[in-house]
Write a protein of this length. Sequence first.
Lengths: 377, 322
Amino acid sequence: MQQSGSMQPEAEPTPPQVQQAGRDETSALLASLPMDTVNHWLREMMLIREFEVRTMQAYQDKKIGGFCHIYIGQEAVAVGTIAAITPEDPVVTAYRDHGHALARGMDPKYCMAEMYGRIGGCAKGKGGSMHMFDKANNFFGGHGIVGAQCPLGAGLAFATKYRDEVINKERSKHVTLCFLGDGALNQGAVHEAKNLAGLLDLPVIYIVENNGYSMGTAISRGTTVGHEITRKADAYGIESAVIDGLDVLSVYRDMKPLVEHCRQTSRPAFVDMRTYRFKGHSMSDPRKYRTKDEEAQYELLDPIARLSKAMINNQMLTDERFKQIGKEVRQEVREAIKWSVASKPPGKDELYKDVYVEKWGPYTGTSLPEMLGGDES
Amino acid sequence: MANLTLVQAINLALVQEMEKDDRVIILGEDVGLNGGVFRVTEGLHKRFGGDRVVDSPLAESGIIGTSVGLAMAGLRPVPEIQFEGFLGPAYDQICTHAARMRTRTRGALTVPMTIRVPVGGGIHAPELHSDSPESIYTHTPGLKVVMPASPYDAKGLLISAIRDPDPVIYFEPKRIYRAFREEVPEDEYTIPIGKARVVAEGEEMTVISWGASVVQCMSAIEKSDRSIELIDLRTISPIDMETIETSVKKTGRVVIVHEAPKTCGVGAELSARIMEHCFLYLEAPVQRVTGFDTIMPYYKLELEYLPDTERISKAIDEVAVY
Ligand SMILES: Cc1ncc(C[n+]2csc(CCOP(=O)(O)OP(=O)(O)O)c2C)c(N)n1
Ligand SMILES: [Mg+2]
């Protein structure tokens, strides 16, 4: 039996890359954006990077348990896409979620404390790395079952539309971002969600963070028409785009009109966001399924280096300022860790908390995490 | 004879059954080139090739549904699900197809499939990676459910499962995947499904457990100066009532230990059956030491959740002096 069903043109050794913005294009983009905005993106990406580096260290020091999925390499995706929506638009993702949480505005201390398993964490230290939530910032998680967040994305979009149109008697004006991986594309739930979204005109954008691998399985080995996954949107009558997810400027440039289009038409969209995870799938991954050469090739496209270099070339950033930002984010993450360490592990009484709203039998009701004004600290 | 971990014993059973029977094939996420998340299928792809060790897409419903089809057509699929929490997407195929095919077709079509899936806590992982859902499948007629607690049993039980004409869920307690080694014969042997193991004989009390908790029970029993009989269920469905009855009629006192939540856990079923079969022999109410009726918390609270030696010892003492 030959595995030929993937219908790849020719075996592609690396995950599919997308045309990168040229130097002039980048300069033009930079010139078109407010300086503060671009600086903010750079800082956000650097914050996520620093956060993840320190997370890896803490994991190695056994301060963080379980499974931990690092976002290094993909920073431009969360930052660039979330920059294209408003704070009122819902966002949901799967387990590789630290970057989205931070880009959505979650205070790093609540994120770090969660991984440290402390009561001050966003899930009171009872959820860990895969379970980031920030309701105040319309960030709906953080979920462990691959693909299962996609119907949630449809539901969130249904809800905004219902609220806007049916309850408030206005035009539908929100857009939901639902992130998924390339591997997730093969889950049945994802297809059901796309069909529903297409059928019911739900304003949700499915952003496939296409880093070329589903754990150790390259996209060409696990996914049909992996070289052109937007065809999986065509099948549901959903518009799509292919975006260079390693460049925050391209991400924003392409996402912004797409978001506005979905907002105007109240229709779904689908994005093949080409990116790369620079580290292993989780912290225990020897990465035998890909070559050092391939990794090196992608590291040349490091989204932070790319933006900072472009900014320097265009006199928007100095080396000194760049170093200064580095210092600031290091300090911010250090503070987050300090805060996390000072926060206590959840007590035994937490075992029976947050299961039901009311107290009955052994259950002790619910008490919100500190970040939502709860009294747990 | 070789001194093997549970992981190695499972791997050996797979190799031997695949050598022997070319109807046996493996499907799962990263089971081939990568050898599986817990490296249980390490080396099999190299040895048997991609036709028999199939790296599947990330799609549990597809993996199990396809395996059901394979089995209906006479093959012996041994799909792997990476963690017990990911049985969710496959639940439909397991419970509406695999479990009912024999009944639905009145025996014309059967599903000789073995689903291998790591189970339970103790590795610092969060919910969905630490759960113990065995009672859900025990509550489903048509499925057999097994869970070895030692490398020796792991090999023999897996061979029986693969050869069984009905669908078997083979739970692998991940906490003891590499916790200890045991002599495991190279030669072929089977451990019959439906037969419990008396781990230690005793007169005063019966402790019943399965999976990783058996290890906890052993250490609690070692610490006790009472004469305690320990039964490792090995097969959770069908339950070996004969072994349990014999033991309980002798001891009159019972403690049941499992990681899963208490309510409607397998302990509840055992307790009811003991009441039905041994009522007049009981000297004390049956006690259960279990996980809690809550979602498995992330690792700082994990050890609170899991039944440990201390909680087991306490139950033993209470039941002994009742
Ligand atoms: C239903 C389900 N099956 C399997 C897993 C284990 N798992 C976690 S991530 C992953 C790979 C996902 O790959 P992809 O969707 O490409 O996302 P990426 O990890 O690359 O961000 C797998 C198999 C899971 N969490 N849930
Ligand atoms: Mg991927």
